[in-house]
Design a protein. Sequence first.
Length: 270
Amino acid sequence: MSERVIDRDYVTKVNQQYHDAIVDKYDERFEASSPDVVEWTQAHIDRYVMPALDLVEGTPRAIDFGCGSGSMEGYLRDRDLDLLGLDISENMLARARERFPQWRFEQADLYSYDPGQKYHLVMERAVLHHLVDYMPLVDKMAELTLPGGILYLGNEPNRLAYKYLSPLAKLWRQTINRYRTDDTIDRLGDADFEALSEYHLFYGDGIDALALKERLHGHGFRRVEILFSLREIFAAVEEAYPKVRLNAWTPDPIRDHFRLSRNFTLIAQR
């Protein structure tokens, strides 16, 4: 794979192959499904997203870029929504359709897809870092958000942390996340599928939350909240070492507000 040109289209194809191959393992990842992470995510959806949807007359429209097997949909399952989920992986989409038959899921290239309408909720979770150039998608998502609507960018790698901790990324992959590399080798024969899929974790330096905030202000968003969390990385450690209960041991002011947290979530209202 190292002989190929690592550009936007190539990394998109790698993501398709990688996620098609690991779909049955994806939902088992404790990093996204641990009670601590679910609790934190649901609390912020209830605080920032639900009130905006409550103000919509009729059925709110929502679109999920890179929906995967339906991670964000799980937090919205009780809402009456006209929801469209998009993903490059057909195997992931099949899982999402099975879990949420009330909504539509389509295979699409996120860069080129044109939905032809705007939405009250535009969202992605842990998708931007898979893309070589994610700003065009952020711009598209911003323009698809209706006035008063919500743009949700969830669980992305924090550049502030990667600036200082980038030497640990390879060590992390070789230890805590070694099982993902092993699964990739077993199913695709090449560990680079996993590294290229997680592009900005290994080929970049995370995502600049402050730059995103400034860009969204330029798109007319009046409220932009950046939420930092250590819960995901703690859950990943707990998955590898179940007796190490970092989420239980760490006070909330540290695990939920530390600016050098590995991950951040950005929620903006237009």
